[in-house]
Design a protein around this ligand. Structure first.
Ligand code: SAH
Ligand code: SF4
Length: 380
């Protein structure tokens, strides 16, 4: 596969230009290329108009630009959009856009599939196909921002690494992407608006804490005892709940920061009042908040969603001691909600999603995706 421009840091672009143009290439050329990719967010080297035509042509022949291609877009009745994106090697991932007034949240993927095998998660059924490169991670943000015309308002964007994959099992590429996203000379997002969610890869949590520029940390707790967590998240055999909480206690929070614990509520499994009290005990001494997520169902997921009253009771117990919120499910009807990302284009028939109409959405670049509107899903 060709090298890609998207994903290169300034020093790498400098090296590339000296290779293409010789050592005499002025230093500001690399800065112009970097600015065009990450700040102007152009769609390809031919649009970098500060460069000579011959250099643009060289870039176009020697490298791939590296933005993913949009294969389809699914729009939910609540405005959420699920993008099925195709990578250079034909593999596909998903990114989700959740509009909320002026503020948008992008949920992006860090791996193709996921190796972690949580019992309640559809992505787990894919297994791990491969890690994403930094360019493929940043490319999701660049592409979605361009599609939604977010030029001035990009600073208000929240980006969460809660799509496909376990970001801490691809930490080097994830951190390179974070540097590009958080660079004021690059994409320019605030690190306070970047969040990484992990199933609890203990040594990598320590490693993450060593980075000067880093996203906020969310931990998928999902259980109130060691045994329960082992049954739901087999990774707990390797990284116990006890070690995970130890890592949380020594994690170097910045003055403005708190940890977020996510807790997927599974009916009759981990959603009792006793579970809620144990969660408070486990987390009580940490500077943190808790986000409850009622299970988003899916084919082959052997659990049920609790009744709203159960969720409310659980929340009211935790809330006495810790900030505790219930995460509103977004885009469940198009399988875009947490844990539902499993490349439904391949399995549309399986879950009953059918394209009802095909219409073009305003694409900023050459590729124009097909928008699919969906029938309600049968199992809800
Ligand atoms: N791999 C990372 C990030 C992606 S999963 C992690 O596990 O943290 C993002 C969130 O979705 C996690 O908190 C996970 O527990 C939650 N989740 C997974 N499957 C879900 C489901 N079926 N319903 C609701 N939330 C789910
Ligand atoms: Fe992977 Fe997260 Fe799904 Fe677990 S919940 S299988 S870690 S994507």
């Amino acid at each position: 596969m060709l090298e890609t421009l998207v994903g290169m840091e300034l020093g790498e672009i400098q090296g590339l230009l000296s290779k293409l143009e010789g050592a005499s290439v002025p230093a500001f050329r690399a800065r112009q290329v970097y600015d065009a990719i990450y700040r102007q967010r152009v769609g390809g080297p031919e649009q970098i108009t500060t460069l000579s035509k011959s250099l643009r042509a060289k870039l176009a022949t020697e490298l791939a630009f590296g933005l993913p291609r949009v294969r389809s877009v699914y729009t939910s009745s609540d405005g959420t959009r699920r993008y099925l994106l195709e990578l250079a090697d034909g593999k596909t991932i998903e990114s989700v856009l959740m509009p909320e007034g002026e503020r948008h949240t992008f949920c992006i993927s860090s791996q193709v599939g996921c190796p972690v095998n949580c019992r309640f998660c559809l992505t787990a059924q894919l297994g791990l196909e491969r890690n994403l490169t930094a360019g493929e991670i940043v490319g999701q943000v660049l592409l979605l921002a361009a599609f939604h015309g977010l030029s001035a308002s990009i600073q208000k964007l929240n980006v969460v690494m809660m799509g496909q994959g376990e970001p801490l099992l691809n930490l080097d590429q994830v951190m390179k992407a974070v540097r590009l996203l958080a660079d004021p000379q690059g994409v320019g997002l605030s690190e306070r608006r970047l969040t990484l969610s992990t199933s609890g890869i203990v040594p990598k949590i320590d490693e993450l804490g060593q980075h000067r520029v880093r996203p906020k940390l969310a931990i998928s707790l999902n259980a109130s005892t060691e045994e329960q967590r082992r049954a739901l998240m087999p990774i707990t055999r390797k990284y116990t709940l006890r070690d995970l909480l130890e890592a949380c206690r020594r994690y170097p929070l910045r003055p403005w920061e708190h940890l977020t614990f996510e807790y997927v509520l599974l009916r009759g499994v981990n959603d009792s009042d006793a579970d809620a009290r144990r969660v408070v005990k486990l987390l009580g001494k940490l500077r943190c908040k808790v986000n409850l997520i009622a299970l988003n169902p899916g084919p082959g997921i052997p659990f049920e969603t609790p009744e709203p009253e159960r969720v409310a009771s659980f929340q009211s117990i935790v809330k006495r001691s810790l900030p505790c919120f219930v995460r509103k499910p977004r885009g469940r009807d198009i399988f875009a909600a947490c844990g539902q990302l499993k490349r439904m284009a391949e399995s549309e028939a399986l879950i009953g999603i059918r394209p009802r109409s095909e219409l073009e959405v305003g694409a900023p670049f050459a590729s124009r995706p097909v928008e699919r509107q969906t029938e309600p899903v049968a199992n809800r």
